[in-house]
Each structure stands twice: as C-alpha cells, then as structure tokens.
Design a protein around this ligand. Structure first.
Ligand code: ADP
Length: 758
C-alpha cells in the first residue's frame, strides 16, 4: 500500500516542490520588482526632495535678494535725498553768504562813511577821538566779517578768482607800510628783500594774494616782540609767460613747536591757546590762506623752531603782467554825476563826497528811475558824465542797468559807468567789465580813494586801451619807479650807512647802489664816528638803535668832530629808524640830524630824502596829485606839521590856547629883540634866546623854523656875526609863515589867538 501511495506522494511532493519553486521564483520576481520599484521610487523621491530643496533655496534667496534690494533701494534714495539736502544746504549757505555779505557790508559802509563825514565837521578833541575809534573799529569789524565770509565761500566752493594785472613790489611795500603803522610802538624792523631780477608786474588775484600776505606779515609782527621781519621775494621761470613766484615771510619771533606746525593750518586753531588772550586773532587766517593758495594752484609751507622764529613760504605759479600806462588823473570839478543806490545812508554819503569833489550830483534809489533820469538829461542836452551804481538793488540790479544802458539805448549817450558794490562777488568784476563799465569798487569807499578812483576813470576815458579801474589798479597807480629810474642817473656821491641788522644793510645797499651811489656800511655808532673821521662822505644814513653807541650819540660826536676839525662842510645825517615816535623824531633833530626816514621805507622816501644833498640837479620830485579838499595838513605842511599840532591839541586840551598864545607872544618878542642884541654883539644872550625858540618851535610843530633857530644858535656860538645877519631876514619870514598857519589853524578849531600880532 505504501508502495502504492509512494509514487503519488512523490508526485505530490514534486508537485508541491514545483509549486514551491514556482512560488519562490514568483516571490523573487515580485521581490525584485518591488525592490526595483522601491529603488525607483526612492530615486524619484530623492530627486523630488533635491528639487524641493533647490526650489526652497531659490525661493529663499529670492526673498533675501528682494529684501536686500529693497533696502539698498531705500538707502539709495536716502542717499539721493541726503545729497539733495546737502546741495540745497550748500546753495542756501552760498545764498546766505551772498546775502549776509551784502546785508552786513551795507550798514558797515554807512557806519564808516558817516564817521568820516562827521570827522570833517567841527569837533572837540574828545569827540574826534571817539569818532576815530568808531572808524577804526568799523574797519577791524569789516576785516573780521570778510574773513568769516571768505572762509565759508572757499568751503562752499563759491569763491571765484580774479585775474588782474598788479605790481607785486608795490603791494608788498604798501602792506608793510600799513602794518608798520600798527606795530609802531613795538621795536620790530620790517624789511623787504625783493630780488633784483624778479619781475614786478603779475597777473593774478591780487586781492587774494594781498590777503594772504597781510595774514602772514601780520602774524609775523604779532609774534615778534622785538626783532626783525623780512619778506623775501624770488622767482623761477616756468615758461615765457609764467613764473613760479616764491615769497617767504621770515621773522625772529616766538617760533612754533613741531607738533603744532600742522595744526595751525586748521580752522580756529592756534598753536598756543594762551596767545589768543595775549595777541587776539581768530585762528582763521592761516586756514584761509592755505585754502586760497590751493585754489590758486600754489602751496604754503612753514619752517620754524621754538625761540628761533618762523618762516612761512608761499610758492605760486603766476602769469607775467605788464606795466600799465600811467593814468592821467582827470578833472572832476564841474562834472555831472548820477548815483543809484537803494540804501539811503549810502546816497547821503556819496552825495556829500561827490559834492565835495565839485561834482554836480543827483541821487536816485532805483535803476528804473536812473534810466529815466539819464534819458531825460540826454534829451534836455545836459547828459550825465558819470553814473555810479550799486549792484544789489530791488527791481533791477546794477548789472542789468549797465547792460540796459549799453545795449538797449543806442540813442542815449552812455555816461562813464562805475560800480560801487557792497557784496563784492569776485566774479562780478568780469561781468561788469564785459558789460562796459569803466571801473568797480567794493564799498565802503573812503573819500580819498573815491576821488582817486573817479579821477582815474575820467583820466582814462576815451582811451582805446584803458584798463578796468579797480582798487588794485589805484593802489598800484602812484608808482614812481619810472621817475626813480630817471632820477637814478642824477645821483652821485658816497654814503656812509650805520645799521646793525644785516638784512637791513642788504636792502639799503641795494637801493643806494641802484641809484649809482657808493656805499660804506658799518654796524654801530662808534664805527660810524670812526668811519666819518677817516673817510670822505657826502651823507650819512644813521640807524638810531644800535649796539655799542646809538645813532643819537654818534650824531652828536660827528657834529663835535666837525667843529674840532674845522670842517667847512656840514655833513647831512639822516636818521633811519623803525621807531617813529614823535619824541624820537624830535630828539633826532635836537642832536643835529637833518632828516628822518621811518622804517620800513618806500624807496621813493629814501630817494626824496637824498635828492637835496646828492642830486642837486633835481630840485624836488613831483608831488602826488592835488588833494580833493584843502585840508590844512596839505596846504600848510611846509611851515607847520599839522598832525603834530593835532597831537598837541589833544594832549594839552584846554591849555592848548594858552600854549599857542604864549608861543606866538614870546617868539615875537624874541625875534624883535634880535637885531638890537646882534648890534650890541650880545652873543651869549642871542644864543640863549634862539635856543629857546629852537625847542619851543618843535613843540609847536614849526620844524623848519626850529632848524633855522638851530643854525642861528650855532652862529651865535661861533660869534659869527655875518652868518647871523645873513640868515636873519629868512628867519623873520619863516616866523611870519608859522604865525599865519597857527592863526588859521586856531580859527578852524575855535581857538582865540591874541598873541603875536604885528
Ligand atoms: P590767528 O593769528 O588769527 O590766531 P592764524 O590762523 O593766522 O590765526 O594763526 C594761527 C596760529 O598760528 C596763531 O594763533 C599762532 O599760534 C601761530 N602762528 C602763526 N604765525 C606765527 C608766527 N609768525 N610766529 C609764531 N606763531 C605763529
């Protein structure tokens, strides 16, 4: 049975086996499928995930980018806004500066102008002193305002530069002269060492160059208590028309510590804070100078050591200029002028000033009215010769007025137009020149300058190559170098110079040699006396303050030597000193000096002082053109020194009347007694009396008369009857002149003169 079933089982087992195998195969197939599927799915999933991640990343970065660009755009527009605001602020600042400049200068002009007018009225000495203070304070305030305005102009890029032909040598000498009068109580020596071969005329912004030099020289004076300040000028050629100009202002003052040398060029900084208290100042000067130099393409540098002094140097490329043709000053009397100014005090000042010049003046307050007046005057056959116009005015400004006159009214004869502006925009100058104006001045304008300005404009009128007349041109126009060249050939002789400071020696030697004179130089008074004893000289230039023996003592010794040696020729001795006090001048006369030149001197001053002794061919140089008003100081300067008299009047106050009367009385009595005494040969009495006249006349400012008394005193001392007799008539005549001047002066100042009448 088993056997029977066994094949069945086997068959069944096989079947089962087959089925199992089939199942196994199926399973493995299915498994493989499933695995493949899973693999595929996983792959797809992976790719999907990656894609999702990438998508998310892209989306995220897009968001970030959007955010970023949004904020960048925000910042950009903020920046644009800020820039706009800054530009607006800058424009507002410029506008503000322009307006400020005009608004401040306008009343300043009135202040300074009115104080000048007031100064010409009858005033007590006390009132005059107050007015002078107002006047000078007005000026310093104006300077300060100009500084601040300038600085903001440079900072805001608002400053334009001018190109003007100017005389550099003259400019420097003028600055020194101006500064020196301020520093007169100090013992500083101021010198200009202008290289002999350096050109004189340049083209550039002379106003700015002047400003920088004023600052540097002013500082040098400020920080040099006692010592010397020298301005060296040299040049190097850049091309045929351009040179590199170098100006060094060297002082022997306090010096500046190394660590401060950089910082003083910054705004409102001073090397030593305590100097502000001691010397004043704003700390703006050098900052402005540096910026101006950069603007002009130049550089400023400093070399200094504490206690050793400082040298500020500027180098600046400049075009070479030309010597302007000399202006003939035109006659103003009888001219007709129209003044346009919208500010009432200005109109008043100009009217008073122009009338004083003899100009028939009409003032109006607006440009339309001016056009109207000009038109009518023309049609009535009485045209105006001059038009003085303001720039900033309501309705129509000065420039439009000038343009309107030149271009729109061809049938109307145009007067000479000059512009008097208080805003002083530098670029204005060119615009007005192009529009056809003849000249331009910034207000305030002092009377003297206005006179010179107008007469120069009138003098140039109608000339083809007439220059545009500006302040610079006027300052430069009274140049006498041509005349100097002419007179140079007329000099001959040997001059002894006693001067202890080397730079001074160089400058004087240079000048005298230019004049064709021989020069010997010694460094102190004793050496001067020795040189005089040994040598043959025609004149002595004598510094006063010198080591070993001062100039006064040396002069006394030389005069004694003259007598001892029985010299017939009295050598002229001219004092040359930085000390311009009246007492020094008097003392120089008392010790027997014949002249007095204040340092720093202009070349022509030295030349003028030398002419009587060393160039007898030339009697006198042409004096400057006549003054606008007959101020007593001009008309009567020869007999009596009026400024000295003014000083005495202030000092003596109510005693001045007594003084003048006593002087006139006493002198009259003495002068009348002289002939009798001479006849009786009472020489010692004569000597005593004329000696008295000599010194009292110095007090009265009658310097020449005092000199004559001195000569008589000498004659009396020598018992030289003939000489006494010879000089007598002249002496008497001079006294008459002195008396006339004193009487007239007293009348002008309401002083009652009773003494000295014949
Ligand atoms: P301010 O003179 O108005 O103070 P500046 O800018 O002209 O202004 O000068 C700045 C400072 O530089 C002065 O206060 C001073 O300390 C110093 N300084 C300028 N020039 C000289 C000089 N020649 N000698 C000594 N110190 C000077």
């Amino acid at each position: 049975e088993l056997q029977q079933y066994l094949p069945n089982y086997r068959a069944q087992v096989n079947e089962v086996n087959d089925k199992l195998r089939e199942l196994e195969i199926n399973f493995s197939l299915t498994f493989q499928k499933a695995a493949r599927w899973t693999q595929k799915t996983l792959f797809i999933l992976n790719v999907g995930l990656v894609l999702i991640f990438v998508g998310i990343a892209i989306w995220l970065s897009q968001q970030v980018f959007k955010q970023l660009s949004r904020s960048i755009e925000g910042e950009r527009s903020a920046l644009r806004h800020a820039a706009k605001v800054a530009q607006e602020a800058n424009e507002a600042k410029s506008m503000f500066i322009a307006t400020m400049s005009h608004e401040i200068r306008t009343p300043m002009n009135a202040l300074i102008g009115m104080s000048e007018l007031l100064d010409e009225t009858r005033l007590t000495a006390e009132q005059r002193e107050y007015i002078d203070t107002i006047h000078s304070s007005g000026h310093s305030l104006l300077l300060l305002i100009n500084d601040i305005l300038d600085f903001s102009k440079v900072e805001s890029g608002y400053l334009e530069l001018d190109e003007i032909n100017f005389d550099l040598e003259k400019m420097i000498l003028d600055i020194i002269q101006l500064m020196h009068s301020k520093a007169e109580s100090r013992g500083d020596e101021l010198l200009v060492d202008y290289s002999y071969d350096c050109p004189q005329y340049f083209i550039g912004d002379s106003g700015r160059i002047r400003q920088i030099l004023i600052n540097l020289i002013g500082n040098a004076i400020k920080f040099t208590e006692q010592g010397h300040i020298t301005v060296h000028v040299t040049h190097a050629e850049l091309s045929e028309e351009r040179v590199q100009l170098s100006i060094a202002v060297e002082d022997s003052g306090t010096g500046i510590a190394k660590q401060d040398q950089q910082k003083i060029f910054e705004v409102f900084t001073q090397a030593d804070g305590s100097t502000t208290r001691r010397y004043g100042g704003t700390g703006l000067g050098l900052a402005i100078s540096k910026r101006l130099m950069n603007l002009m393409g130049g550089e400023i540098s400093l070399s200094s050591d504490v206690g050793q002094g400082s040298t500020f140097s500027i180098t600046l490329p400049l075009k070479l200029g030309v010597r302007p043709e000399d202006a003939n000053s035109g006659e103003l009397t009888g001219l007709r002028a129209l003044v346009v100014d919208d500010y009432a005090p200005n109109r008043k000042i100009f009217e008073a000033q122009l009338n004083a010049f003899g100009i028939d003046t009409l003032v109006v307050e607006d440009a339309y009215e001016a056009l109207d007046r000009l038109y009518h005057a023309e049609h009535q056959g009485q045209p105006f010769d001059l038009l003085l116009t303001d720039q900033n005015m309501l309705n129509m400004d000065g420039l439009s007025l000038v343009k309107a006159l030149q271009h729109d009214n061809p049938e109307c004869k145009t007067p000479l137009i000059v512009v008097l502006s208080s805003s002083g925009h530098r670029g204005d100058l060119q615009s007005f020149q192009q529009a056809g104006a003849a000249g331009y001045l910034t207000k305030p304008v002092e009377r003297k300058l206005l006179y010179k300005f107008l007469s120069t404009v009138v003098g140039y009128a109608g000339k083809a190559d007439a220059p545009f007349v500006t302040r610079e041109l006027l300052i430069n126009s009274d140049d006498k170098s041509e005349e100097q060249r002419f007179v140079a050939s007329a000099f001959s002789g040997t001059v002894l110079v006693a001067e202890d400071i080397l730079p001074n020696q160089i400058v004087i030697r240079n000048l005298l040699q230019k004049l064709g004179l021989d020069v010997d130089i010694v460094a102190d008074g004793e050496a001067a006396v020795d040189a005089y004893r040994m040598g043959q000289y025609d004149l002595i230039l004598m510094d006063i303050r010198m080591p070993v023996m001062d100039g006064f003592e040396a002069a006394v010794r030389i005069r004694e030597l003259e007598i001892e040696q029985g010299n017939t020729h009295r050598i002229p001795i001219i004092a040359l000193t930085a000390d311009v006090l009246a007492s020094t001048r008097q003392q120089s006369e008392q010790v027997g000096m014949d002249g007095f030149i204040a340092k720093p001197f202009k070349q022509e001053e030295v030349i003028e002082a030398l002419i009587p002794y060393l160039a007898p061919g030339i009697s006198a140089m042409n004096k400057s053109p006549s003054e606008p008003l007959n101020s007593p100081s001009v008309v009567q300067a020869t007999a009596v020194n009026i400024p000295h008299l003014d000083l005495m009047r202030t000092q003596l106050d109510s005693y001045f009347e007594e003084f003048i009367n006593a002087y006139l009385n006493d002198t009259q009595v003495i002068v009348e007694s002289l002939p009798g005494l001479l006849k009786a040969e009472e020489f010692s009495e004569l000597q005593r009396l004329v000696h008295g006249i000599k010194s009292s006349s110095l007090n009265a400012g009658a310097n020449h008369f005092s000199e004559m008394a001195k000569a008589l005193e000498d004659a009396a001392k020598r018992q030289d009857r003939a000489q006494f007799f010879d000089s007598f008539t002249e002496f008497f005549d001079e006294f008459k002149r002195v008396r006339e001047v004193l009487v007239e002066y007293s009348a002008q100042h309401s002083i009652n003169v009773t003494g000295g009448q014949q």
